[in-house]
Design a protein around this ligand. Structure first.
Ligand SMILES: NC(=O)c1ccc[n+]([C@@H]2O[C@H](COP(=O)([O-])OP(=O)(O)OC[C@H]3O[C@@H](n4cnc5c(N)ncnc54)[C@H](OP(=O)(O)O)[C@@H]3O)[C@@H](O)[C@H]2O)c1
Length: 291
């Protein structure tokens, strides 16, 4: 284990954690990450599982930890009591343990804590979660705040809520690309709204927030609420595909159950922009990053 690392990514195998770790390294910053995959452990990869460690001892050189790992599967959160335990009990406990060791924690949360009925909720808007995953992330935020405030550590962490991250492997992108390559039509949903961001944007913004270490709530969001039809048109334009290969439909029409179907997905970034200079990401910038 490296003793000189400054940053720790808890959840290095996650989509977000992997990009944050790579971004830290590419900026020449010293970083470690955690993994549950014992066979992949090494000097920069510490084995850590919230379920098995009561306290989480980290090297003294760590000054900031990104707590990214979580039980993220929507269906699992609905049915598995262990997902609740991980998200609402074990993760807040690990966050407190890190803070007690003098580490500033950047805790990653989600726009879904707002439930999807508020337009551009601010960093201090009230939670209104619907699905189990969102309720657990909301309760996790509340538990961290209660523990940290009671112990006098309110200034030692922040919460960064994210909207959906889109990369070239995110469904349905690979199947759209394959269909277009074969000259086939794709049928995106017009009733599924999101405010996507690219991994490049998110990981750079998170590293900036980790460097600044300002407490309180922050938001990272796409700048527009767009439907999957909007996304398909923007992608097609970028890669030179005819619009005739896009046929708009709806999840309702197709009988597809979508667990989280917000009316609004984007979240307000006023405080984040004011304190850190980070602006919401436009759809065209997301697409430029992906391709
Ligand atoms: N992806 C998005 O679009 C998005 C949007 C909004 C918010 N977020 C938030 O961003 C964070 C990361 O999301 P993600 O999509 O990158 O996650 P992800 O790819 O689903 O990965 C979740 C990670 O958590 C780890 N994990 C689960 N249970 C664990 C435990 N008991 N101990 C240690 N590690 C455990 C998993 O380890 P294994 O790899 O070993 O299974 C996995 O690497 C989450 O907090 C999520 O709420 C993500």
């Amino acid at each position: 284990m490296s003793d000189s690392a400054q940053y720790l990514v808890v959840g290095g195998d996650s989509l977000v954690g992997g990009y944050v770790f790579d971004t830290l390294k590419s900026k020449g910053l010293k970083a470690l990450s955690t993994t549950r995959r014992v066979d992949t452990a090494g000097p920069d990869r510490i084995v850590f599982d919230f379920e098995y460690e009561a306290t989480f001892a980290v090297p003294k050189s760590i000054c900031c930890a990104f707590v990214v790992a979580a039980a993220t599967d929507y269906n699992r959160c609905e049915v598995d009591p262990n997902a609740y335990r991980i998200n609402v009990e074990l993760i807040p406990r690990a966050v407190l343990s890190l803070i007690e060791q003098g580490v500033f924690v950047v805790y990653i949360s989600t726009n879904s804590v707002f439930g999807g009925d508020q337009s551009w909720p601010s960093e201090y808007a009230r939670h209104s979660p619907g699905i189990a995953y969102a309720k657990q992330k909301s309760q996790s935020e509340v538990a961290i705040a209660a523990m940290a405030n009671e112990a006098g550590y309110a200034e030692c962490y922040n919460v960064v809520r994210l909207t959906k991250i889109l990369d070239a492997t995110t469904p349905p992108l690979p199947s759209w690309i394959a269909s277009w390559r074969n000259g086939n039509i794709v049928t995106p949903f017009s009733d599924l709204i999101f405010a996507p961001m690219s991994p490049h944007f998110v990981s750079n913004a998170l590293v900036k927030l980790g460097e600044k270490r300002i407490s309180g709530n922050f938001h990272l969001s796409g700048s527009e609420n767009v439907s999957y039809v909007d996304l398909a048109y923007a992608l097609a334009e970028k890669i030179g595909i005819s619009r005739s290969l896009i046929e708009s439909t709806t999840a309702t029409e197709k009988g597809v159950h979508i667990a989280f179907k917000p009316r609004y997905s984007g979240i307000g970034m006023d405080r984040t922009t004011k304190l850190c200079g980070i602006q919401p990401q436009s759809l065209s910038s997301v697409i430029d990053d992906i391709f």
